[in-house]
Design a protein around this ligand. Structure first.
Ligand SMILES: [Zn+2]
Length: 71
């Protein structure tokens, strides 16, 4: 499913593809590289927020940890 997301910083529209009906996670603007936190439900964009870099680092840490356990 392709959804359009407009970056609140530079107003550039990008497309984002998800396979899950509900997505809550990061999205990076292809133009200004701003990191956003988006929430989508059934193809509709519920919220777009600028992501806190600290929260992002935490997520990356958790993701790296999960990967370690899965391999
Ligand atoms: Zn942008």
């Amino acid at each position: 499913m392709l959804t359009k997301i407009k970056c609140p910083k530079c107003n550039t529209e990008g497309t984002f593809s998800i396979s899950d009906p509900v997505y809550d996670g990061p999205y990076r603007c292809w133009k200004c590289r701003e990191l956003l936190k988006i929430r989508m439900e059934h193809g509709s964009l519920i919220s777009v927020q600028q992501m806190d870099p600290q929260e992002m680092a935490k997520r990356e840490e958790i993701r790296a940890m999960k990967e370690k356990f899965h391999h």
